[in-house]
Design a binder for this molecule. Structure first.
Ligand SMILES: CC(=O)[C@@H](O)[C@H](O)COP(=O)(O)O
Ligand SMILES: NCC(=O)COP(=O)(O)O
Length: 237
């Protein structure tokens, strides 16, 4: 069963809107895990638009499942990750001003850089994952970096699926088959939702983890956090 890692970026967005501490991010992470979340994901961005670097430290002692910190491996991010030593780091090639993550790594052009960052993380006991588009050359390139896992960027699938085009799953199935052959662990994320998650899971062999935030938090506004988490777990079983 693929693990559900709840991305709590958007809880921090709501908190920051008033400058106080409501909703309390640490308590939210505790409760999400109590309701069944098998991991907590955060993505501290350089402008701290939602997750602040301090949040990453505050959350560390209460994330008793798997702690996944995502980000572009600049010096400040790497310093944070090597100090906290989360379960997993997910390397994402986001530009500072990106409205959200919108592309995976060019794992061929960035092979040497990624290999160096990955080996430093692994030396510190941190599992590594790199954010990639679902194309076979990028999967082959990822294997050459020495990463433990890849995270398949699922925006294209989610968008097409929402328009009724289920054929959009094909590249993800093909990339998963190759990743399995190459011994790469498979994570996935971005725009996954209650609507599309089961179909995705059923067509991606070897899927180990999905990280879901934007849709999950939006769904929880209507259905409640506990109900939504339990719904995801049912669809992932
Ligand atoms: C890498 C990815 O697709 C998401 O994990 C990302 O964290 C979303 O970032 P925002 O929550 O800032 O849109
Ligand atoms: N890595 C994907 C993630 O953590 C959450 O992405 P989204 O569900 O907020 O689009």
């Amino acid at each position: 069963m693929a693990k559900l890692s709840v991305n709590i970026n958007k809880v921090a967005t709501i908190r920051n809107a008033r400058g106080g501490n409501t909703p309390n991010l640490v308590q939210f992470a505790i409760d999400a895990q109590k309701f069944g979340a098998q991991g907590i994901t955060i993505h501290p961005r350089p402008d701290e638009r939602h997750i602040k670097y301090k949040d990453a430290y505050d959350l560390a002692p209460v994330v008793t499942t798997e702690y996944n910190i995502e980000g572009n491996p600049n010096d400040k991010f790497m310093d944070l990750v090597l100090k906290i030593k989360p379960t997993q780091v997910t390397l994402v090639p986001d530009a500072v001003d990106a409205i959200t993550s919108n592309a995976g790594w060019d794992t061929i052009k960035n092979k040497d850089f990624l290999a160096e960052v990955i080996s430093e993380c692994k030396r510190n006991g941190i599992r590594t994952s790199i954010f990639v588009d679902p194309t076979l050359p990028m999967i082959e390139g990822a294997a050459a970096t020495g990463t433990d896992r890849i995270e398949l960027y699922t925006e294209a699938f989610a968008h097409a699926y929402g328009l009724g085009d289920k054929t959009a799953i094909k590249p993800y199935t093909e990339c998963a088959l190759l990743a399995n052959e190459l011994g790469l662990g498979i994570n996935a994320g971005h725009d996954l939702s209650l609507e599309n998650i089961q179909y995705f899971k059923e067509h991606v062999p070897g899927l180990l983890e999905v990280s879901i935030g934007h849709a999950l938090i939006s769904e929880a506004l209507y259905l409640g956090l506990e109900t939504v988490i339990k719904e995801y777990l049912k669809k992932l079983a």
